[in-house]
Design a protein around this ligand. Structure first.
Ligand code: ATP
Length: 254
């Protein structure tokens, strides 16, 4: 992939860097956050130690996925950023939708295709000396899913071989534009601008689900979408409960 080409194809005005290989693009940008002065997109052709939530891993093989992180500054600091990972999911899903891929969202922020995970999102933050927050939005998107990689992941995973035929620089630039637009809107209007869009894309609306905390069932009920701060609404036998995204995992019951 070519950084200059991605920048030329994008409308976002964001600096772009492409590296052949790194451990984690999120880790790299987090380490640079104290010195950053403007948004930057870091793309890795090959990511060897991709991270998911709570120490989980994001696995990929060179040439078969897009792995990248976007550093973005929020002048107002951490306040109000709770729904950001979900807003990023909306931006990613809608951009893929415009490219002809029908995808859905699983709370809090996985992108699913035909029920399997197509993309993962990890948002990490660092507060700057002036009180602003740098958010590092890390994304891995499967383009092709070789059997050997799916075996390593240990569950079925989705890919989009049709979109994989599109030029990678063009695809990356299109995703960057969708994300930059969403980040600017989030900075202005917060998650309120995304809640209805998230609920429209919700993969498991009305379906029986269980919420797991370290493997233990914490709640079960019908998934009822998210509220205006991005909390999951679950209709249980004891009434409606709201769930904050911590280290909990959602699974379908059927
Ligand atoms: P869960 O999906 O279990 O609720 P999560 O949403 O927190 O967890 P993430 O932290 O976003 O998941 O992603 C890490 C998980 O994604 C891994 O534990 C693994 O199951 C799965 N995974 C890792 N690499 C891939 C990939 N390339 N494609 C699809 N799924 C993957």
């Amino acid at each position: 992939m070519n950084a200059d080409r991605i920048m030329a194809l994008s409308r976002a005005g964001v600096a772009v860097e492409v590296v052949e290989e790194t451990g984690s693009t999120n880790a790299d940008l987090l380490a640079r956050a104290p010195r950053l002065t403007a948004p930057v997109l870091l793309v890795a052709e090959h990511q060897t130690a991709g991270r998911g939530r709570a120490g989980r891993s994001w696995l990929s093989e060179p040439g078969h996925s897009l792995t990248f992180s976007l550093a973005w500054r929020f002048a107002g600091g951490l306040r109000g950023l709770a729904g950001l990972p979900l807003a990023i999911g909306v931006a990613l899903a809608e951009t893929l939708g415009r490219l002809g891929q029908s995808v859905q969202l699983k709370w809090p922020n996985d992108v699913l295709k035909d029920g399997d995970k197509l993309a993962g999102i990890l948002v990490e933050t660092q507060v700057a000396a002036d009180g602003a927050a740098w958010t590092i939005v890390g994304i891995g998107v499967n383009l092709v899913m070789p059997d050997a990689l799916e075996d390593r992941i240990g569950r079925s995973a989705a890919a989009m071989p049709w979109l994989a035929r599109m030029g990678r620089d063009e695809l990356m630039a299109t995703l960057l534009d969708g994300l930059a637009e969403a980040l600017a809107l989030f900075a202005r209007d917060g998650f309120a601008a995304f809640v209805a869009r998230w609920n429209t894309l919700h993969a498991w609306q009305g379906r029986p689900v269980v919420l797991l905390d370290r493997g233990e069932v914490q709640h079960e009920g019908l998934a009822a979408g998210v509220d205006d701060t991005g909390r999951l609404l679950l209709d249980t036998a004891a009434g409606r409960v709201t769930i904050v995204a911590g280290d909990v995992s959602l699974r379908t019951k059927d």
